[in-house]
Write a protein that binds this ligand. Structure first.
Ligand code: ZN
Length: 497
């Protein structure tokens, strides 16, 4: 087929028409004329016949080997991407420390080391030489562990030594030269909380571990100093500013100046040198929880019960039944943290003695209003002895002779404060407080009718005449005291001469 015809068809229909026509031929639905279709077919055949000679065995091999190579390269690339990482190798003094993701991680590493050793230094760690960085390829994400990097980096420094660090929640508190010493200190500290506890158990509240590491020389302790550090508690560093007083620091941390002086060298308390101060915070470095089962006798306190009594005047409080505490045996599981009890679970209780209620009678009857007519004569009888000097000493009251069993009346309203036998010579005695500095006494009675605590009205019967105590015959010895001092009852008594 000539190029001219091809061009003419191409100009007539365009590229799209060709394609569409080829499809039409394929589908036997061609709308072209036979001439146009034949022309199209010949163009296609012409193209194929030109291509065919080029498709030799050599080109086939070239084509397939090229394809295979591309696939292999692609696969290798995929494998590399999936299994390898690019890292940054850190060396110090020619010694490989490890591989990090990038150079920026080095600064983080130094910061973390400084933080770790801050408990003994002021964050001034420098490795034993200049750090050098170089790019490298490594197995996917097989970067050196941070802890390993830190330890290797520390090992390059002359100021660090190998030791066994005690870590509390991953934070180092101090180090000892060997593992046994570190474990022994921890064990001794824990067991110190079990002193006096026969069946107690102790455990640390935080995660406490011992690990091999490089530490600043100053961090190394002996077993003795390590135990003492645990007992003293957490120390904090504080930078004392120029002109800042120790009192202000003590107030800030709620400690005594003495505690500050024990942990720091301070030459002049009034003018301390600015700089680092060690502050004992009193907070434990490690908290220890103990648990023990305790069996102890425990007092059961009695209850006080008040019973209202309408037959008694208001203000009367009379003990009807003396209360007494009970006793029980209590078995409890006691939990303490750092020696301070935090929880007590009662396991069992057994009663030894029950408590007895303290019963008090409380008066509700209204007290008659005071008449203001002085005191009433306390008994019907004969006045046989007056107040004043008698037989070389003072007679503190008056005596009224009467037969045994004669009623004795309250000379005025008040509260009975004493109603019992008196060893001092008064025998059966009643005392009434009249709440105005005055007090009356009724001695040598045969019978007491009101207990202590009773509020009595003027003229109430309170006792009976007798001959008890130091007495020479049945009579009432009656006293009036003003602010504790005996005075002549005749000053107050009306109707008696
Ligand atoms: Zn007398």
């Amino acid at each position: 087929m000539s190029t001219g015809k091809h061009n003419s068809i191409k100009s007539l229909t365009g590229k799209k028409a060709y394609i569409q026509n080829c499809l039409n031929i394929w589908n036997n639905t061609c709308t072209w004329s036979k001439k146009q279709a034949a022309s199209c077919r010949s163009v296609c055949q012409n193209f194929l016949s030109r291509i065919k000679p080029l498709w030799t065995e050599k080109t086939k091999r070239l084509f397939f080997s090229g394809a295979v190579s591309c696939s292999v390269i692609a696969v290798v690339c995929m494998v590399l991407v999936c299994t390898c990482s690019i890292g940054c190798e850190l060396t110090v003094n020619g010694q490989v420390i490890g591989i990090m993701r990038n150079q920026a991680e080095y600064t983080d590493l130094i910061e973390k080391i400084n933080h770790e050793i801050a408990y003994v230094t002021h964050g001034d760690f420098t490795p034993g030489g200049e750090p050098e960085f170089s790019a490298c390829i490594l197995a996917k994400n097989k970067f050196t562990a941070e802890d390993d990097m830190k330890e290797r980096l520390k090992a390059t420094s002359q100021s660090m030594i190998p030791a066994y660090g005690v870590l509390v929640d991953h934070e180092m508190i101090f180090a000892l030269p060997n593992e046994d010493a570190a474990l022994s200190v921890l064990s001794n500290y824990k067991n110190s909380f079990l002193e006096g506890k026969e069946n107690g158990t102790a455990s640390f509240c935080q995660e406490v571990t011992v690990s091999h590491c490089f530490v600043p020389k100053a961090a190394l302790k002996t077993e003795e100093t390590a135990l003492s550090a645990l007992q003293k508690g957490r120390m904090e560093m504080y930078q004392l500013a120029q002109g800042e007083s120790l009192d202000a620091v003590c107030a800030q941390f709620n400690i005594d100046v003495d505690e500050l002086l024990q942990n720091n060298v301070i030459k002049d308390i009034n003018h301390p040198t600015p700089g680092a101060l060690i502050i004992p915070t009193g907070k434990p470095l490690i908290s220890v929880k103990t648990q023990e089962t305790l069996t102890a006798k425990e007092v059961i306190p009695y209850n006080t019960v008040e019973e209202e009594d309408a037959s008694l005047y208001e203000g009367s409080l009379i003990v009807k039944q003396q209360g007494s505490d009970g006793l029980k045996v209590v078995e409890a599981s006691v939990t303490a943290i750092n020696g301070i009890e935090t929880k007590r679970d009662i396991l069992s209780e057994s009663l030894l003695t029950a408590a007895v209620d303290h019963v008090v009678q409380k008066g509700t009857k209204e007290l008659p209003k005071a008449t203001g007519t002085g005191m009433a004569v306390p008994a019907k009888g004969t006045l046989t002895s007056r107040f004043g000097s008698r037989w070389g000493r003072n007679h503190n009251g008056i005596d009224m002779s009467a037969s045994i069993g004669t009623k004795i009346y309250a000379a005025d309203s008040g509260t009975v404060t004493y109603s019992q036998f008196n060893d001092g010579g008064y025998g059966y005695l009643i005392k009434i407080d009249h709440s105005n500095g005055l007090e009356t006494l009724y001695a040598h009675c045969s019978e007491l009718l009101v207990p202590a605590g009773t509020v009595v009205a003027k003229g109430d019967v309170i006792a009976k005449v007798g001959n008890s105590g130091r007495s020479t015959g049945p009579h009432l010895h009656f006293e009036v005291r003003l602010n504790g001092k005996p005075i002549d009852p005749m000053t107050y008594l009306t109707g008696l001469n």
